[in-house]
Design a protein around this ligand. Structure first.
Ligand code: ADP
Length: 334
């Protein structure tokens, strides 16, 4: 529904799969994380053992799942995928853990959303490669300790700060993914266009890159819409005209802001005189979950210098007023 929302629908996951880099050297940008990770992996491969557990943090759509898949591929290991919300009970996690094979990589997306009992079971398993399987019920229940083979957890979170310290400490390596530069997104786009079998003209690549909110998922999504436009309304070539026209159809503005971003900024300026206002109040005003506003809209608005975070709440910056074409109140409440 949202063209520039950073989360992927199930349908989109299929389209994304075709564009995913398979190896570390195909992964564009994030040089620091890539270097560090390649060292961790090469060392483990050299020793013939499993690497430390890896935590990847950063906003949605920046490549956490892709990196988890790459880690497994580089290790020549198979990958198991689950997520915090998918694990309802500690028992569900115990079942996943006790079925792992030696050397497997277990990817846990949204690991900050694991329920507490599952989380506790996980950090014991990560540290001691052991899980207590509870047999029976009530007073007759007993815990049977089960030794697990060596495995590697790759956890992904949009909010590393939310992870309790005992869990965070079990990760030997934490990589923080940051928004991509326009140059990097141009490389992502050109690579993707090649995989789609169409040529993307450099000016079009540059236009799309600068309006993709620093996020490869959004860049690839815009690319597919430009291809649609070029095929249906244009002459088939993905040039600047097609790029601009498609961006206009989908209401992506010149900074790459979409409807939610603009709604958040507009509410901040017009309903709260530029703030400060608490995150929850702001989210309710635009009809969104606070978590969506905090993890999807806010990081980008802050990075673009349109929103500030203060101890008393979110504030609109002068650039936000200017971007919306509004005049800040005369008392300087910006
Ligand atoms: P996350 O798990 O952080 O939400 P994903 O790993 O699912 O993000 O990435 C979203 C899409 O963006 C994938 O389809 C992938 O093809 C693309 N992508 C992400 N990072 C890169 C990158 N560094 N180079 C090329 N493509 C990327």
């Amino acid at each position: 529904d949202r063209l520039t929302g950073s989360d992927a629908s199930d349908l989109e996951r299929a389209a994304e799969a075709a564009l995913r880099p398979r190896r570390l050297d195909e992964f564009v940008g994030q040089r620091v994380v890539r270097d560090q990770l390649s060292l961790v992996l090469d060392a483990a491969i050299g020793r013939g053992s499993s690497p430390d557990h890896v935590l990847l943090s950063g906003p949605p759509g920046l490549g956490k799942t892709t990196l988890a898949m790459i880690i497994a591929a580089e290790l020549g290991a198979s990958l198991r995928v689950t997520s915090g919300p998918a694990i309802q009970h500690a028992g569900d996690l115990a079942a996943v853990l006790s079925s792992l094979d030696e050397g497997e990589v277990l990817f846990i997306d949204e690991i900050h959303r694991l329920a507490r009992p599952a989380e506790e079971l996980l950090y014991v398993a990560m540290e001691d490669f052991r899980v207590d399987v509870v047999v029976g019920k009530g007073a007759g229940a007993s815990a049977i300790p089960l030794t697990l083979p060596r495995f590697t957890v790759v956890g992904a979170t949009t909010r590393a700060g939310l992870l309790p310290a005992p869990l965070r400490d079990r990760f030997g390596f934490t990589g923080h993914l940051d928004f991509y530069s326009s140059d990097e997104l141009e490389r992502v786009l050109t690579r993707s266009a090649g995989l789609l079998g169409s040529a993307l003209q450099p000016q079009a690549a540059s236009e799309l890159a600068s309006r993709s909110r620093g996020t490869p998922r959004i860049a690839n999504r815009l690319l597919r819409r430009v291809r649609d436009w070029a095929e249906v309304r244009g002459d088939g070539s993905m040039d600047l005209r097609a790029a601009r026209a498609a961006l206009e159809v989908y209401e992506v503005d010149d900074l790459g802001l979409d409807r939610l971003d603009r709604a958040v900024l507009r509410a901040l300026c017009t309903r709260f005189a530029g703030g400060p206002v608490g995150l929850t109040t702001l989210a309710v005003t635009v009809g969104e979950e606070p978590e969506t506003v905090e993890t999807v809209a806010e990081p980008f608005l802050v990075r673009e210098g349109l929103m500030g975070r203060t101890p008393r709440g979110r504030v609109a910056t002068p650039a936000a007023w200017a971007h919306l074409g509004l005049t800040p109140p005369a008392d300087g409440a910006t």
